[in-house]
Design a binder for this molecule. Structure first.
Ligand SMILES: C[S@@+](CC[C@H](N)C(=O)[O-])C[C@H]1O[C@@H](n2cnc3c(N)ncnc32)[C@H](O)[C@@H]1O
Ligand code: SF4
Ligand code: SF4
Length: 452
């Protein structure tokens, strides 16, 4: 076989290193300048021996030792599929779909009126589901799980603790069925009793905190930082593991680094920070620019990596960290693929952020979940989604990592999920950063490609 590096590899140089990435396959590796001149010789015309002879004659040092090094390099590129014809779009897609995460809204009622609430929560719907109907959802979700994969029921709202009796009963029901339970709460109603219940029923609890007192209260209402922190104190007293969820907006962006420090002090398991979704009550005045997102994520990533903050996993790492860039995924997010969300009135949607008329796939009072999951046009659209069908993304270098990112953001920006998201430019920069950061961490292994 004659070694061949596809001309489709794009090159990005920083200092003495070059990142080579092929957008269609998502394959990438780093090379030093010496490796680049070797790769020039991999044109599909010369065999390995010719390449070794030409290359070693141009290098200083012992030619035989050089040949050995070069041979190892070329073989490793061949075995990881980097050398050879590029086979675009051959990422295996799922053929069967299982529910991994089901979001249950117990009520749309809320004791807060946060400025940005994507649910626009305030009063309860007048046709909310009963406990028995919610149990019926849990039964049907269970049926659509995969025996080897954990299933999570996420209890949210509105404020789920306004329906605390229902919450405890449903969580124990799901737990008895072997499912894991997660709670998302504004923290206000977490008293000592609630903290005890949470400890016994939930594998994960996320309390929403958007910064220190001033910025939290600006977004979530006066006095609510102290009230939410009392809830957290009750969790701490009962030794409950908890995470913090923060929404990043124009009004609190500068305070997120302080929140990370607070999270460390109070021993939060992690901080999930995400840019505000522009839907529901969130208006575009709260929206961050792409430059603001890049600047603040860069700051947070370096802060999260400081030894002093090492017990706080900043969840944005999930999207722009080694875990994501070293494996190629067939889908971007789980919406409609492994995730389903139920409104408090039983409406069925592919994602918790997309409770919008265009994405309503059915209602649990009238439809079987299996039928909706298998056959509804909405769910089919999400499963049929391929980034290669999005004209603006098809040629993008980072498309195999990004997959267009959040589909709600694409819909908000362009009225279709087949479009780049609102934060496209930021994501492109952050994926590039993530690969370079990975490269820096793995620099000892340079000139051998990462294990994919
Ligand atoms: C709708 S709330 C329901 C649970 C509970 N009331 C609470 O606030 O935690 C679920 C989560 O979504 C977050 N959230 C609300 N509106 C958002 C938006 N426009 N963009 C991003 N996250 C948002 C909240 O901060 C909260 O962490
Ligand atoms: S974000 Fe949560 S606490 Fe705030 S209004 Fe919405 S449902 Fe209520
Ligand atoms: S949304 Fe932007 S970064 Fe993502 S694949 Fe499309 S063009 Fe690339």
């Amino acid at each position: 076989m004659k070694p061949y590096l596809s001309k489709k590899y794009q090159k990005f140089k920083r200092d003495e290193l070059t990142l080579l990435i092929e957008p269609d396959s998502g394959k990438w590796f780093f090379s030093k300048d010496e490796g680049l001149s070797l790769l020039e010789l991999c044109d599909g015309e010369k065999d390995l021996n010719e390449i070794l002879d030409i290359f070693s004659s141009t290098c200083d040092g012992d030619p035989e030792a050089k040949k050995k090094d070069v041979e190892v390099f070329i073989k490793s590129l061949e075995s990881s599929g980097i050398l050879g014809d590029v086979k675009p779009n051959k990422i295996p897609r799922f053929t069967e779909f299982y529910v991994k995460n089901a979001w249950l809204h117990l009520t749309d009622e809320c004791n807060l009126r946060c400025k940005y609430c994507y649910r626009d929560s305030a009063e309860a719907f007048d046709n909310e589901l009963s406990i028995e109907e919610q149990k019926g959802i849990i039964d049907q979700v269970k049926e659509l799980g995969h025996e080897e994969t954990d299933q999570w029921i996420v209890f949210t709202g509105g404020e789920p603790l306004l329906k605390s009796e229902m919450l405890w009963e449903l969580a124990s029901y799901a737990k008895e069925k072997g499912m894991s339970c997660k709670l998302v709460s504004n923290g206000l109603l977490i008293d000592k009793e609630a903290a005890k219940k949470i400890k016994s029923l939930f594998g994960d609890v996320n309390v929403s905190i958007d910064g220190l007192k001033d910025s939290h209260d600006k977004l979530r209402g006066k006095g609510n930082f102290d009230r939410a922190m009392r809830g957290i104190e009750n969790l701490i007293e009962e030794d409950v593991k908890f995470s913090i969820g923060a929404v990043m907006t124009r009004e609190n962006l500068d305070d997120i680094p302080n929140l990370l420090k607070l999270a460390k002090q109070i021993n939060a398991a992690k901080v999930l920070a995400a840019p505000v979704w522009i839907t529901g009550r969130a208006n575009s005045e709260l929206m961050l620019s792409n430059d603001e997102i890049v600047a603040s994520f860069r700051k947070l990533m370096s802060q999260a990596e400081e030894p002093s903050a090492d017990n706080v996993l900043l969840e944005i790492e999930r999207f722009f960290g080694a875990r994501e860039i070293t494996k190629i995924r067939p889908y971007g997010c789980g919406a409609g693929v492994s995730l389903v969300s139920f409104g408090a009135n039983g409406d069925i949607y592919p994602c918790v952020t997309m409770h919008l008329p265009a994405f309503k796939a059915g209602n649990i009072r009238n439809d079987s979940l299996k039928d909706v999951w298998d056959n509804s046009p909405v769910f089919q659209e999400f499963r049929g989604f391929s980034i290669d069908d999005v004209p603006e993304c098809e040629k993008c270098t980072w498309k195999r990592f990004c997959h267009g990112a959040c589909k709600l953001n694409a819909y908000v920006a362009h009225g279709t999920i087949k479009a780049p998201g609102l934060y496209c430019k930021a994501y492109a920069t952050l994926y590039e950063d993530a690969i370079w950061n990975y490269g820096a961490r793995e620099s000892k292994k340079l000139n051998s490609p990462p294990d994919k």
